[in-house]
Design a protein around this ligand. Structure first.
Ligand code: PLP
Length: 271
């Protein structure tokens, strides 16, 4: 057995796109994981071309490239949690399913990334079908925002009640829990709804007015993966994740002239 010093951090694997501006995707995931005392490792599913202003395009990786990246990592690390983001094609999804079928991972957080804030489709229709049918059943939690919940279920999400209805419809697709994020009920309050086999819980917070929100979904899913890896329950983890995101937006560095990145290391942030 490998010697593990007592301060060895949990290893958390991000399987996501590469955003060169480091606001979203694998780079943002790794920063978030570092802020939560985890050792982040990453598999790149697509090389995107973007800055804070625009999304220019993407070069998706083949299924073979995903397999080639995943296998050496699973052979070498005890992976405590996996977080998935942009999975652009069905063949990429299938390789993730294959890896998770042959390697037990205790916690799996699936952020069903569908479209960039700037309106660019990050995954194709077949990938969405594969994600829902093949990957959701592995999830400890799936974290769609309101728009993604609508795309997945066809349910028009307009308020907390319809968010819960959509969350229940997604729960029926096989994950152990669903967190529908970011509902804006009255222009001032953002409501997230968690549904699992036990019941439904709402998390309300004042809506933040900021242009620096690029990658909030990525950060949220990475925080949950880290906290689950560190032994917290989902119900304990969600309020911590929301407070971290709030501070990360509040202290954003204001870089670029579009949707800027968060501050992944907010001042005085302590676990
Ligand atoms: N992943 C990648 C690689 C992206 O480029 C984007 C958006 O551009 C996202 C994920 C989604 O980002 P968000 O966390 O803002 O939903």
């Amino acid at each position: 057995m490998t010697f593990m010093p007592p301060n060895t951090p949990p290893v958390v694997l991000a399987i996501a796109g590469f955003d060169p501006s480091a606001g979203a995707g694998v780079l943002a995931d790794i920063k978030t994981m570092s802020a939560f005392g985890c050792y982040g490792i990453g598999v790149v599913t697509s090389l995107t071309i973007q800055n804070t202003q625009r999304f220019f395009g993407a070069s998706h990786q083949s299924g073979g490239m995903i397999k080639n990246q995943l296998e050496p990592l699973f052979a070498d690390f005890a992976i405590a949690a996996v977080k998935t983001g942009m999975l652009p094609t069905a063949e990429v999804v299938e390789e993730v399913v294959a890896a998770l079928s042959s390697n037990f991972v205790p916690h799996i957080v699936i952020d069903p990334v569908i479209r960039s804030t700037s309106g660019y489709d990050l995954i194709d229709e077949d990938a969405l079908a594969a994600l829902v049918e093949r990957l959701f059943p592995f999830a400890s939690v799936v974290t769609p925002n309101w728009e993604e919940s609508e795309r997945i279920t066809g349910i028009a999400v307009r308020d907390a009640a319809s968010a819960e209805q959509a969350a229940r419809a997604i729960l029926a697709l096989g994950p152990r829990a669903v967190l529908v994020k970011g509902g804006d009920v009255d222009g001032e309050t953002a409501t997230d709804v968690l549904v699992d086999a036990a019941d439904a819980v709402s998390y309300r917070a004042p809506k933040m007015q900021s242009r620096n929100t690029h990658g909030t979904g990525c950060a949220m899913a990475s925080v949950l993966a880290c906290l689950l890896a560190r032994g917290s329950t989902l119900r304990e983890s969600i309020p911590i994740a929301k407070e971290y995101i709030r501070r990360a937006i509040q202290s954003a560095p204001g870089l670029g002239s579009g949707n800027g990145p968060l501050n992944h290391f907010p001042p005085e942030w302590k676990l």
